[in-house]
Design a protein around this ligand. Structure first.
Ligand code: ADP
Ligand code: MG
Length: 409
């Protein structure tokens, strides 16, 4: 099939395709199919054997972004990138990534394990759940997938070839525009409510902030350190109490490692900022916020512990074992992560695409307050990232913003 024969699958087409997956469904199985996607760029079908209950997922990329109609074309090659990234990530962390069962680059399809028994973490956090295994899981996912796709942990010539095959210009441009440009100027793509116009205009007129954003944008554009997930927010994490699965790496490319850590930190902070809108009393609010901040600390600690262990045990390049280099590298990674986290918080408040943690708060004044808190945290992280020495600086930025709230619940 050539690319011009691409067509968006109907529910019946998805069933027909599912039957071609070897050794999965019985030949005469009665298959039922639903389109369950909630994203803006893709179709997601669940195909289930009505008798045995056995099921799989088919995800298909659409040739345009639904959010802005058909006018924003997107390369279908991102489906291949997503599938190949899932396969690589699964090879490094089989318990943390769904298994890929098949796929077709021309149809822009990935067939994978059905994770319907899991909850999307953003929803779980909004409901007030806490996840004791999360920090170890996500710290290990980030450390392992990044280490083994970087110049530290893989053959450096093979890495160059791999980086070329993960060139992802369309999806990178979305990030470059929506995260590293639009929020800092009066762009048509921005999407903010009038009650935060003053705070938003302050972002447009802050040279110190713009300088830091320029440095972070440059890092995103030029630092091909490892195969990053590229969109590691809490909507790309499926979770249960004892298990975590990372999905949706269609933004994967060779980029700066801190971008994935920053995404996780930012989304925990957005939930932190939103908590007065979701917690029923002060005690609950405090407990949930404490958990979120300790999760941020633990994600970093778990990441650092794993990454240093891998480096000490498996580094491919003896020059990188020079005295002091590992400490220097880890500090730079922390600083990048904090800066990227700040950009990712701000884009969800004034940029095109928001998060339910904040926007779904019913009470208008609590919703307003959550946006203000998030903008304060985001700005502090961007300005403070480059000089940060410890993850505690993130915790302090969050607490400082919360102290200014004066929220009565
Ligand atoms: P998008 O890139 O369009 O956001 P996602 O990969 O995030 O696509 O999938 C959108 C939604 O489809 C998810 O939020 C989830 O509800 C569902 N989904 C995706 N992959 C799976 C899976 N492997 N198992 C179960 N549900 C899935
Ligand atoms: Mg998604």
């Amino acid at each position: 099939m050539t690319q011009s024969q691409y067509k968006a699958l109907s529910v019946d087409d998805a069933v027909t395709y599912a039957r071609t997956i070897p050794d999965f469904f019985a030949q005469d199985a009665d298959l039922i199919c639903e389109e369950i996607g909630d994203g803006n760029l893709n179709l997601v079908f669940r195909i289930k054997d009505s008798i045995s209950g056995k099921s799989l997922i088919i995800k298909q990329a659409l040739p345009y972004a639904k959010v802005v109609g058909e006018s924003w074309p997107l390369s279908l090659d991102r489906a291949r990138i997503e599938r190949e990234a899932l396969i690589i990530q699964h090879s490094h962390c089989p318990d943390l990534v769904p298994a890929v069962l098949g796929g077709d680059s021309e149809l822009a399809i990935t067939v994978m394990e059905d994770l319907s028994q899991y909850t999307i973490m953003r929803k779980g956090l909004i409901e007030g759940n806490v996840y004791p295994g999360f920090a170890e899981h996500i710290g290990r996912f980030i450390a392992t997938t990044l280490f083994f796709t970087s110049d530290l942990g893989m053959n450096q010539q093979h890495k160059k070839t791999q980086a070329a095959s993960f060139s992802n210009p369309d999806l990178c441009k979305i990030t470059e525009d929506l995260i590293f440009s639009d929020p800092y100027r009066n762009s048509d793509n921005n999407n903010f409510t009038e009650d935060i116009r003053n705070e938003t205009e302050r972002l447009w007129n802050d040279p110190e902030l713009h300088f830091e954003v320029a440095l972070l944008r440059e890092k995103f554009l030029t630092h091909g350190e490892a195969l990053i997930h590229g969109d590691l927010h809490t909507g790309s994490i499926f979770i249960r109490e004892e298990s975590t699965k990372v999905i949706d790496p269609e933004f994967a490319f060779y980029g700066p490692m801190g971008f994935d850590l920053g995404a996780v930190i930012a989304n925990l902070l957005l939930n932190y900022a939103s908590q007065p809108g979701w917690s029923s009393d002060m005690k609950t609010l405090e407990a949930r916020r404490d958990w979120l901040l300790s999760a941020i600390r633990s994600v970093w600690e778990q990441f650092e512990y794993r990454f240093r262990t891998l480096w000490n045990d498996e580094c491919q390049d003896p020059v990188f074992n020079s005295t002091g280099y590992q400490d220097f590298y880890i500090r730079k990674l922390l600083q990048d992560s904090i800066g990227f986290a700040g950009c990712k918080v701000i884009r969800r408040i004034v940029g095109l695409s928001h998060v339910a943690d904040i926007d779904a708060i019913a009470d208008e004044s609590l919703r307003h307050q959550a946006k203000i808190t998030a903008l304060q945290i985001g700005t502090a992280l961007i300005k403070g990232g480059r000089s940060a020495q410890s993850i505690e600086e993130v915790i302090l930025a969050a607490k400082t913003a919360a102290e200014k709230e004066g929220v009565a619940i």
